[in-house]
Write a protein that binds this ligand. Structure first.
Ligand SMILES: O=C(CO)[C@H](O)[C@H](O)COP(=O)(O)O
Length: 261
């Protein structure tokens, strides 16, 4: 087991642990991708082990599928289960309306499909992900490899037509090659600094031929569980209009670190 979790990992852990309390027996779950979502998979595995919780998870990436399988979380494909009760996932940014930027881990396409197929989406995040306005984090756009440079030029033209001031677009690399997503696509990151109208941008980007999906999640997230390094969590529910602060008992068991050794 790691000697001590850093404050950021503690924040991710407590957010994940609190979010897994929303999981009920028999639920079909979307399992997000990223370092915070990995904590959620570990916490879920712990509930399965300790309480005999019965759930099935639809992973949003091969990484999450591998982690879930290795920890004994039953998984299925979305086509097997078709509809989900709840998705728990991380985010790169969230704003006061719980609009999100996702895709820092290159899984935005499956993440959006899975979250949209869920009755409810809970985002788990450390407090640094909260922003007044989206856009400091580069917006990932998944494009098909065929003609990607033309698609990139069309994205840039679209940004000009929307009077977007900062519009540097870069192909995401993996070493000296383009990063390839689970769906065999590329990612173009849009460095916009601020996104004035996320809803409009999300719609116009998806009309460009070659664009498969963008990382703006609008009206998809219902609840955000914000973790803090001292073990506090803030639970914000956009539908209920509520916000509450709670202290989560910070006691990761040795078992929870099994995949990290
Ligand atoms: O969207 C994602 C992957 O595509 C992740 O949820 C997002 O990048 C946050 O990751 P992390 O929890 O590691 O900060």
């Amino acid at each position: 087991m790691p000697a001590e979790l850093s404050p950021i990992d503690k924040a991710k852990f407590v957010a994940a642990k609190r979010a897994t309390e929303f999981v009920e027996d028999g639920m079909k779950l979307g399992l997000g991708t990223g370092s915070t979502a990995a904590w959620m998979v570990r916490c879920l595995a712990e509930r399965i082990r300790e309480e005999g919780l019965k759930v099935v998870g639809v992973p949003t990436s091969t990484r999450t599928a591998e982690l879930a399988s290795s920890l004994g979380v039953p998984i299925a494909s979305l086509d097997d289960v078709k509809w989900l009760d709840l998705t728990i996932d991380g985010a790169d940014e969230f704003d006061p309306n719980l609009a999100l930027i996702k895709g820092g881990g290159a899984a935005l396409l499956q993440e959006k499909i899975v979250a949209t197929a869920s009755d409810q989406m809970i985002v788990i995040a450390d407090a640094a992900k909260e922003v007044a306005q989206l856009g400091a984090f580069p917006l990932p756009v998944e494009v098909i490899p065929f003609g990607w440079q033309t698609t990139k030029a069309l994205i840039e033209e679209t940004l000009v037509s929307l009077d977007v001031l900062h519009r540097d677009c870069t192909l995401r690399m993996n070493g000296d090659r383009p990063l390839v997503t689970d769906e065999a696509n590329f990612i173009i990151d849009l460095h916009l600094k601020r996104i004035g109208n996320p809803r409009q941008l999300a719609l116009v980007l998806n009309q460009i031929p070659g664009v498969v999906e963008n990382g703006l999640f609008i009206d998809i997230c219902d609840i955000v569980v914000i973790g803090h390094g001292d073990g506090r969590v803030t639970v914000r529910d956009i539908n209920q209009g509520t916000e509450g602060e709670e202290q989560v008992h910070f006691a990761p068991t040795d078992n929870i670190f099994a995949d990290m050794e």
